[in-house]
Design a protein around this ligand. Structure first.
Ligand code: CP3
Length: 348
């Protein structure tokens, strides 16, 4: 580990595998239904409206930072926001997720997907600028959905457990598949560049459902496109750390690292010590508390937090997080207690 620069936040230091004054912690879905102030603000406001209103994006992003004392903010948005911005009819239904009115299943539908331009998402740029001004020393994480996870919503038309139509397209019409993913990679790359240009200090690429694939299919059909997204950020802003996350990806961690990540996100199925060995000494790890354990008694939860930090010590850098998003039924006081405990334990 090299010495931290004086102005570097604990979060950015850990991402860069530098020594930090404390172990950084933030939570995926830290903004959302677990917070009463979020539920109050969202009363009668559709998700896509909230995601396209700079003042709401800003306020919702700041809520968990104020309440929990986390080391990073994550932009309040959704992976389908850039798809809506290029005119795809997609809505987010409470308790369900994204619903696509006309699923994308053939060459003609793929050909109709146009590139994203920065001014398609000017409400995101505006929100990021407001946030950077408000956040002071707390870094803002920008994010995008990775091509495979976006493709799954577009092809299936909504959430899917099996990703059956997606896999059928991938194998049955590989050229159509690669063209779809190339277009989605362009959109995700531009969405991240917009956020970085407006002041996001790090980015996370969410390939939430990549764990449904074999390592061979991931390498052939997905990794080149995710690599293109991460490369777009690296070329525009090499100093901005890139986090690459998926669920159930224990068998994909080396490939996700090699796609161009500085930090690899890990769910609770893989111990961080194993993840550290899989991604090697040139990457930090992020994770990996099972979000369900936030509903367990504090003594049980605290033991889990200590175990995860001890395993994270074996990595070149450790950003504490959950293995997936905060569940809506979570008591936010438990999140605050986890932040406090992680900060009191010795840094990695
Ligand atoms: O982490 C954060 O605090 C930032 C906000 C964020 C949201 N979506 C807000 C949101 C992020 C990073 C996302 C990304 C996202 N969206 C992913 C990747 C991360 C992951 O969870 O794996 C995925 C797969 C989606 C698609 C999506 N959007 C789903 C599956 C859902 C849940 C549907 C539900 O209601 O249970 C959404 C909706 C969504 N995105 C909500 C929030 C706060 C809930 C909407 C609400 O509050 O009404």
């Amino acid at each position: 580990m090299s010495t931290p620069t004086s102005t570097e936040s604990p979060f950015l230091a850990a991402c860069r595998r530098r020594q930090a004054g404390r172990r950084p912690v933030w939570f995926m879905r830290q903004a959302g239904r677990s917070l009463p102030e979020y539920r109050a603000l969202r009363e009668g406001v559709p998700m896509m409206t909230a995601c396209s209103t700079p003042e709401l994006i800003t306020e919702i992003t700041l809520q968990p930072v104020r309440r929990l004392g986390v080391d990073a903010a994550i932009l309040f948005s959704d992976i389908v926001v850039p798809l809506a911005a290029i005119g795809i009819d997609v809505d987010i239904r409470p308790g369900v997720g994204p619903i696509v009115a006309e699923p994308v299943r053939d060459e003609a539908a793929v050909a109709a997907i146009r590139p994203l331009a920065a001014d398609d998402v000017d409400y995101v740029s505006a929100a990021v600028r407001m946030l950077v001004a408000e956040l002071g020393d707390t870094p803002l994480i920008g994010f995008a959905g990775a091509p495979f996870t976006l493709a799954s919503y577009l092809v299936e038309g909504g959430p899917s457990r099996s990703h059956a139509r997606t896999k059928a397209l991938m194998h049955g019409a590989p050229q159509v598949w690669h063209e779809l993913c190339a277009r989605l990679a362009g959109i995700a790359g531009e969405f991240l560049r917009v956020q970085v240009a407006a002041g996001a200090a790090a980015v996370q690429l969410f390939d939430s459902w990549a764990g449904a694939l074999s390592a061979a299919d991931y390498a052939t059909f997905v990794a080149p496109h995710s690599a293109a997204v991460l490369r777009a950020v690296a070329e525009a802003a090499p100093e901005v750390p890139r986090i690459h996350f998926g669920v159930g990806t224990g068998h994909l961690l080396p490939a996700m690292a090699e796609a161009g990540a500085d930090v690899v996100g890990v769910d609770w199925r893989t111990p961080l010590s194993d993840a550290a060995a899989a991604v090697g000494p040139n990457r930090a790890v992020q994770g990996n508390l099972d979000p369900a354990l936030l509903l367990a008694p504090w003594s049980v939860l605290a033991d889990e937090v200590r175990r995860i930090c001890a395993e994270g010590d074996e990595a070149a850098g450790h950003v504490f997080n959950l293995g997936h998003g905060v569940l809506p039924e979570t008591d936010p006081d438990m999140l605050a207690k986890v932040v406090d405990l992680v900060h009191r334990l010795p840094p990695a």
